[in-house]
Write a protein that binds this ligand. Structure first.
Ligand SMILES: [Zn+2]
Length: 437
């Protein structure tokens, strides 16, 4: 496949930085005028900080603006953050909140077109073409994932199978019979599919599958290798969140050196999650996004809580858009145990290096006698689980040692039976913090 055929919109994706910055500034000014006129939450925020939208003259001025947080969205539930009247809104999505009310987002017709364009970009970057049969195993519904990938596939001209989530046996039958070549789902559901394939004795080479587009939850490089080997595919990562648009905010090209961020539609900043200070280029921190073209639901400096790093040098694929590293977890998923910052993905990376460990695990944090204790419940293959006590013990000791040297933290490993940890079709839920109870 030649390079040009994997770029959907070369004009936008390979734009010189100078022209990109001019475009960002112009679009940012328009967005600020819109929210200052139409969204009471921003009117109040601007008033409190003495900011006047017309005064923004450079991109650096963005740093003077207050952040938008999930709490703002909660306080303005359901439609308070919309910048257009409902008659211009053609679609409503929402993200499930773990506590309380969900977040509601809206799209104008133009917003849906932008979304389609941006998903078509990253799908093309991952090598999807009009020859592909795209198997969308994200749940269709209020969640943005399925619809985003659906529109992108259709724009490319691929054939879409909107199978939605769940019923893994049926997924496999369709995959075999309809010759699905591109799989769209969460990485953890990808592994569930791989488990079932192995159980049914299906050889991945007998399928037409060649590429996986995984998103909606953080995952490690080890998990990528695992998915590639077990499904016989190239596994690519993409990034998005419903508050910003859904999938399409960023996606990997085949160089797989980070996900290209659609900077002509979003400005990205990296901040220190504790102080809110903008960090210098190349730092690891929390991603903050400002939308530049959204009409119905513009977001100014939205704190994503996702921890990552951005690179600005031109990629081998020819795109000039900044590349975002795989997310390292969320700043609010981050566990602080005995003063050590721990992300589930760090533990996953270590576990998957140990022979016999399955990629299914959960973390339980408890406070016992005022001491924080992290227990990692790990599934192991049948051979190890039914091994003699002595071998099991040796396995646990090795795993504990490896985690200790990687994290600098003593943990307790508990082996659990194969297939005993609940599989999630949506985002995997791996952390149970019982300290506050
Ligand atoms: Zn690239």
């Amino acid at each position: 496949m030649d390079r040009a055929s994997t770029i959907w919109n070369a004009d936008a994706e390979c734009m010189p930085r100078e022209r990109l910055c001019e475009l960002q500034l112009r679009r940012l000014q328009q967005t600020l005028l819109s929210v200052a006129k139409n969204v009471p939450c921003y009117q109040n925020k601007f008033r409190e900080t003495g900011f006047v939208a017309e005064d923004l003259k450079t991109l650096e001025d963005l740093g003077k603006l207050p952040f938008t947080t999930k709490e703002d969205l909660r306080l303005n539930y359901p439609y308070g953050m919309f910048a257009v009247p409902m008659r211009e809104v053609v679609r409503i999505h929402s993200s499930s909140g773990t506590t309380g009310k969900p977040t509601v987002v809206g799209y104008t017709r133009q917003d849906i077109q932008t979304w389609t364009e941006l998903v078509a970009r990253f799908m093309t970057a991952a090598g999807v073409t009009n020859e592909d049969i795209v198997h969308i195993a994200f749940g269709y519904g209020l969640f943005t994932g399925a619809f985003g990938l659906h529109y992108g596939s259709e724009a490319i001209g691929a054939s879409v199978i909107p199978i939605s989530g769940g019923n893994t046996d049926k997924q496999l039958m369709i995959m075999q019979d309809y010759r699905s070549s591109a799989l769209v789902c969460t990485p953890s559901y990808g592994l569930t599919i791989a488990d079932r394939m192995e159980k049914q004795g299906i050889d991945p080479q007998s399928l037409a599958l060649r590429v996986g587009l995984f998103g909606a939850e953080p995952w490690s490089e080890q998990m990528r290798t695992e998915l590639e080997q077990r499904l016989g595919i190239i596994a690519t990562d993409n990034y998005g969140l419903s508050e910003i648009m859904g999938p399409g905010v960023a996606g990997e090209c085949l160089c797989r050196q980070g996900m290209h961020l659609a900077e002509d539609h979003f400005i990205a900043e990296i901040i220190d999650p504790d102080t809110g200070v903008v960090l210098p280029q190349g730092s690891v921190g929390e991603l903050v996004l400002t939308s530049l073209t959204k009409q119905a639901f513009p977001m100014i400096r939205y704190r994503t809580r996702d921890i990552t790093r951005l690179a600005y040098d031109t990629c081998d694929c020819g795109r000039t858009l900044a590349r975002m590293e795989k997310t390292r977890g969320r700043s609010d998923d981050m566990l602080i145990i005995k003063g050590v910052n721990v992300f589930p993905t760090q533990i996953e990376e270590v576990l998957l290096q140990i022979e016999g460990c399955q990629p299914h695990y959960q973390l339980v944090v408890e406070r016992i006698n005022n001491q924080d204790q992290l227990e990692i419940q790990v599934e192991v293959n049948e051979k190890i689980f039914f091994d003699e006590m002595k071998q099991q013990r040796a396995f646990v000791t090795e795993a504990e040692k490896k985690i200790h040297s990687a994290l600098g933290l003593g943990v307790k490993i508990k082996l659990v039976e194969p297939a005993s940890i609940t599989r999630h079709e949506g985002k995997a839920c791996r952390v149970f913090d019982r300290r506050s109870r």
